[in-house]
Design a protein around this ligand. Structure first.
Ligand code: SF4
Length: 697
């Protein structure tokens, strides 16, 4: 098929679907808690749902403002004469298809890459991965979830044989007597989650005294990049104080002796010197968990976003196994997923090493199964490609991709070492961005494709507890936009694919996803839209005929022998240490009012009034040493870049630590500073610590 032939595309609806009198029940567009909400007109209101219990955070409450934002894109844009100018869909898609064809003719299939997102629905993530492997035949596909949960996923895979963020429903936490939260700040990132935690048994490990730490009965405040050592110290104290669950270790695990050989050297007083957390606090944390009737250990991005992230999560899993928590009703270990579809997004094939159903792309049986569903020969599927940062780093280079299609990601703000990533984007022969607004990444594109957003389209997401949710279409999109599925359908057709191979109807795509996932670790084959519309609680795996799996590992773990693995890990510290030029440690995170790169929340006036700009949190003594006071303008510099932000003096900060939120662009962008040192297993960058210097602006 030539690029001038048309593939039929369903015209977007131009009138609002009939909304029932009480509105349309759906879920929040933002984080992985996926709070239940009702959309009436363009107003949102909370509704009762197990994860949020009728609550919403400020982001959720104001999410209706996105639906009539003046910044909304409603026509494709093409760069001519250096400017982005309106174009018709036919012109834009023809141009993209022609450029893809030309680039691949010159550089081969891997000359074009695809970058997805953890906020895409399951259907979009699935079709995007299929589009890359079948329509483009490129191995160069990855997504921003690599920056979010890949270290937890890698650690969970090697310990339990399977990765599901929370292998139990969130509501199980209601019965907990003790919960240890490591590197997570749900009081700001997902406030309704706090309804499931009892402050009297809450232990928080975080270098900052966060809003979550404020509510805890015990807060341990290690130096950034030392929490692996802290896990070793607490595990040492658990064993030394007689709290090892020996019968659980004997019956359900393997490898404890190898771990103990390392842990034996990390007695709490030694760990205190490395982390700054007192030996007494380490022992108290271990005892609180060990003596609780129901105890949980949960990790977040603070644990993961290190060059040793997978090992750090593993160290906490080792502690949980020693206490006998995973796979036991009323106790457990879990990782809190961040992005709205962070769980589903990493299961269905937009990851460089993966095929749908959480299958490995280098597994011959997986390739054969998925190729059969897709109607192609297994040998025609490419192998594993570059991970997210490695992909961005290679753009425009001699052996790297020359064209990039971005769906659901704003890498100019969200990628580490962002000035370098921006340079690489600018070196491309073609950058295509599909988005609802002109994000910082879209501003650099050659072609921008305007797409529908959450309440204007139907799809499924998988929340932080592995529950598959139905996102209903609540209102019609504005004229001129298309769904991502329609865009992929049209582009695939222009690239010569049969139209039926890339359906644009989400229910049809989901049915195919179910078939592709059948028999895989994340099996969705027993799920269908009628079950989801009926509100059934279906936690994967859901093989055909099953009612799902709310709690995993109760009888056995997913390794062939049914045992969980203790995995020996050593503390090595951050990839970059403070020195005379950069004497402090900068860490990054989120604030209540904003979400990820801020591309959506910076459009909401109420959220911008709450936090209109970036800042640096610093101990007053550290600020004074730099000649700064609260409210002053400061520069924070690392070996990669400099940001200019307002000082917030916070007495509870460690004197050696700076904190910056990462939601803001331009000279305030925290990722100008961050270190792209990658974890060797997960390939996750070290967002959470880099050496830095604070000065007056
Ligand atoms: Fe709930 Fe997260 Fe949305 Fe806030 S952002 S309302 S916590 S889903």
């Amino acid at each position: 098929m030539t690029t001038t032939e048309r593939t039929p595309v369903a015209a977007p609806a131009t009138s609002a679907p009939h909304q029932p009198a009480g509105g349309v029940n759906t879920h929040c567009p933002y984080c992985a808690l996926q709070c239940g909400m009702t959309v009436t007109g363009k107003q949102v209101a909370p509704r009762e749902f197990p994860t949020n219990r009728g609550g919403l955070c400020q982001k959720g409450w104001t999410s209706g403002a996105l639906l009539d934002s003046a910044a909304r894109l409603t026509t494709p844009l093409m760069r001519t004469g250096g400017q982005l100018r309106p174009a018709s869909w036919d012109t834009a898609l023809d141009h993209v298809a022609a450029k893809i064809t030309g680039i691949q003719r010159e550089y081969g299939p891997d000359g074009v890459a695809v970058f997805g997102g953890g906020g895409l629905t399951n259907e979009k993530a699935y079709l995007l991965g299929k589009f890359a492997r079948v329509a483009l035949r490129t191995s160069q596909v990855d997504y921003n979830g690599r920056f979010c949960m890949s270290s937890a996923a890698a650690a969970g895979m090697r310990a339990f044989g399977l990765d599901r963020g929370l292998p139990f429903p969130v509501t199980d936490l209601d019965e907990a007597d003790a919960v240890l939260l490591v590197g997570a700040n749900p009081a700001e990132t997902m406030p309704p989650f706090m309804r499931h935690l009892d402050p009297s048994g809450l232990i928080v490990i975080d270098p900052r005294r966060t809003a979550t730490a404020e509510q805890a009965s015990l807060h341990l405040q290690p130096a950034p990049g030392t929490d692996l050592a802290l896990a070793l110290g607490i595990l040492h104290s658990v064993v030394a104080d007689g709290f090892l669950d020996q019968s659980y270790v004997d019956e359900r695990t393997a490898g404890f002796e190898d771990v103990w050989r390392i842990v034996a050297r990390w007695w709490p007083e030694h760990v205190e010197r490395v982390t700054g957390v007192s030996a007494a606090e380490q022992r108290r944390a271990g005892a609180m968990l060990a003596t609780a009737r129901n105890a949980y250990l949960l990790t977040g991005r603070g644990t993961e976003q290190h060059a040793t992230g997978a090992d750090t999560v593993t160290a906490w899993i080792n502690l949980a196994l020693a206490l006998g928590l995973p796979g036991r009703r009323g106790s457990g270990f879990g990782c809190i997923t961040g992005q709205g579809n962070g769980q589903g997004g990493r299961e269905h094939g937009q990851k460089a090493d993966q095929l749908p159903g959480y299958r490995k792309i280098d597994d011959p049986a997986a390739r054969e199964h998925v190729a059969g569903v897709w109607g192609v020969h297994p040998a025609d599927l490419p192998g594993p490609g570059r991970s997210a940062y490695e992909l961005l780093d290679a753009l425009g280079e001699q052996a790297g991709p020359r064209g990039l299609l971005v769906f659901g990601s704003n890498v100019v703000v969200s990628a580490p070492h962002s000035a370098h990533v921006t340079d690489r984007l600018d070196a491309l022969d073609m950058l295509v961005v599909a988005d609802i607004v002109l994000s910082e990444t879209a501003q650099r594109a050659d072609v921008v494709l305007p797409i529908t957003q959450w309440a204007e389209e139907e799809g499924t997401l998988t929340n932080l507890e592995g529950r598959i949710l139905h996102r209903r279409r609540a209102l019609a999109p504005p004229d001129g936009v298309r769904t991502d599925l329609e865009v992929l359908h049209a582009l695939a057709g222009l690239l010569g694919q049969p139209p039926e191979r890339f359906p644009s109807d989400p229910e049809t795509v989901f049915a195919e996803l179910g078939a592709a996932s059948a028999g895989g670790p994340a099996d969705y084959s027993g799920v269908n839209y009628p079950r989801l519309r009926a509100g059934e609680a279906l936690h994967w795996p859901v093989p055909a005929g099953s009612d799902g799996t709310p709690r995993m590992f109760l009888d056995r773990f997913a390794h062939p022998d049914g045992r969980a693995r203790f995995v020996p890990v050593e503390h090595v510290g951050p990839a970059e240490s403070p020195d005379d030029d950069y004497p402090l440690r900068a860490t990054t995170g989120r604030v209540l009012a904003h979400y990820q790169s801020g591309a959506q929340t910076r459009l909401v006036s109420e959220l911008m009034r709450a936090v209109p700009e970036s800042f640096v949190e610093v101990h007053p003594d550290t600020a004074a040493r730099a000649g700064l006071c609260d409210g002053a303008r400061a520069t924070v510099a690392s070996r990669r870049g400099t940001v200019c932000v307002t000082v917030r003096c916070v007495p509870s900060m460690r004197p050696d630590v700076l904190f910056l939120p990462f939601h803001f662009p331009g000279e305030q962008s925290a990722n100008l500073l961050t270190n792209p040192a990658l974890d060797p297993t997960s390939r996750m960058p070290e967002f959470k610590v880099c050496a830095a210097r604070l000065e007056a602006a």
